[in-house]
Design a protein around this ligand. Structure first.
Ligand code: SF4
Length: 251
């Protein structure tokens, strides 16, 4: 006679309790019997909150250091900031904004003139091409205005998810994601907030750890900490406010 299926799964005492027992009996025959010890990592949420609380206290002035007045200016400045310091970009952008004040002006700009203006930011040939293409795309698709959605922004020449997040978070006050630049990537790894190396995957790991309305500021705080304390080559763990909980601390 065929008997009813029986499924028994032991209840764990807490989410982190290691023991799991499972027994499945179907038609009188034991099909699966599993008894193993599973070590689960501690949830990152409380740790991430503690890290961010301390870092925010250490860098209350964390903010976007690129100078801009409009979404278009921030978009241009962010494109120019690739492989370049914000300080250098801020020296170049006043001339750029004066010479090419609108998307239409950028679209019609002679490439050698754009290259001359932005030369000192590095990779100036690619950046000039992106900026002229950006001007054209904005004129053709968005009436010369910068769109305020991730979907539309990442379709523009020279604009990836990082640049789109910078513009959305700072110019439009919209938290669509976390900016993952070189500092945010390095600190997230050192702090044990991710094991990923790809910026998009790092961002995916960071987002659930912090309230959405803090995503833009989380990046600012990590960037400030990276510039001031957790340097790429020699991190200053001796003066770091999270040295006692950071898994990469050297003290
Ligand atoms: S303890 Fe050291 S490695 Fe960890 S965040 Fe601070 S400076 Fe960086």
């Amino acid at each position: 006679m065929r008997r009813k299926a029986v499924v028994t799964v032991s209840r764990r005492r807490s989410p982190s309790a290691p023991s799991v027992a499972k027994k499945i009996v179907v038609t009188g025959r034991v099909l699966v019997r599993v008894r193993k010890r599973v070590r689960r990592p501690a949830p990152l949420g409380p740790y991430a909150t503690e890290v961010m609380t301390r870092l925010k206290r250490a860098h209350p002035d964390a903010h976007c250091e690129l100078d801009y007045k409009t979404p278009l200016q921030l978009l241009v400045a962010t494109i120019l900031s690739a492989q370049c310091t914000d300080k250098r970009v801020n020296m170049v952008t006043p001339v750029f904004f004066r010479t090419f004040p609108t998307a239409a002006a950028m679209a019609d700009a002679p490439v050698d003139q754009v290259e001359d203006v932005i030369r000192s930011t590095g990779f100036f040939r690619n950046k000039a091409k992106s900026l002229i293409g950006l001007g054209k795309a904005l004129v053709e698709r968005h009436n010369g205005e910068v769109p305020d959605s991730m979907d539309e922004l990442v379709k523009l020449p020279g604009v990836g998810r990082k640049t789109a997040n910078v513009v959305l978070g700072n110019a439009f006050d919209r938290n669509e994601g976390v900016v993952v630049d070189t500092h945010v990537g390095r600190l997230s790894t050192r702090l044990g907030l991710t094991r990923e190396t790809d910026p998009v995957k790092i961002e995916r790991d960071l987002m659930p750890l912090f309230p959405r309305d803090e995503w833009t500021n989380v990046a600012h705080v990590l960037i400030f900490h990276g510039r001031r304390v957790c340097h790429a080559r020699v991190p200053r763990c001796d003066v770091c406010v999270v040295a006692d909980i950071c898994p990469s601390s050297r003290v």
